[in-house]
Design a protein around this ligand. Sequence first.
Ligand code: ADP
Length: 271
Amino acid sequence: YIPHVELGSRGKAKINGFFALTTDISDRKAIERMKDEFIAVVSHELRTPLTSLHGSLKLIATGRLGHLSDEGQQMLAVADESTDRLVRLVNNVLDLQRIESGDVTMDHGVCNAADLVEQAAEAMQTMAKQHRIEIQTQLQSLSIWADPDYIVQTLTNLIGNAIKFSAPNKKITLSLQPLKTAPTDQSPEQSSPAALFCVQDHGQGIPTDKLGSIFERFHQVDSSDSRKKGGTGLGLTICRKIIEQHGGTIWAESQLGKGSKFYFTIPLSAN
Ligand code: ADP
């Protein structure tokens, strides 16, 4: 509301009335939805040609179709890397869209949180030979109510970032502990016992003013990261959506130049 102000007889401001300014939120939401749908359709349409492009480049790289000059090989490597990035982006956009629209049915059940941490660590250690992924001693056996595949996906995403944003040979630590009452954004009074997962690295860290926004889509501390580190700026948004769908919370703590800790909670199972 904007007050309509007029000067009174003694020069004092007098409020005569109000003009109401309303924005139709439902219109804005509809436009947002159309934008999301448009991006999803385009991404979907891009997937098939991209897959065939990817396959063709890989075939040329084998040398079976003929020998390439050094320059040709270099150009092929650049094309291959760019296609990889596009495939990742398209997959991330589609993943996010499916989770947001509720198109994925998560298969919740009772699972052992420690097993999921071990599974994620093992999967990532085979990929990242230069980093040491350590699991903090004696993970407690905690039963959570979750879709195990999505929890492993969240953990591998966070471990992937820890690897990307820290120097080789730096340690990455995974830990797990019970929380009597987990923080929830929506209803703190209804907080329930949960498992607290943590992925800690000793990498470059994140500036304090960026800690909130990195969970928003396409937010990157350094916009050149998508090129240099092959990121898409969607990984943490996907993690947040997954954790929210589980009734948990995700957040980060960090010290610039020293490293970061990414935490998330998942409710314990009732039985
Ligand atoms: P990206 O694909 O760029 O990694 P994410 O959504 O996973 O996208 O992360 C968003 C941004 O958050 C990253 O580009 C980076 O700037 C920052 N970030 C995420 N994890 C870490 C980390 N462990 N250490 C430092 N910065 C991080």
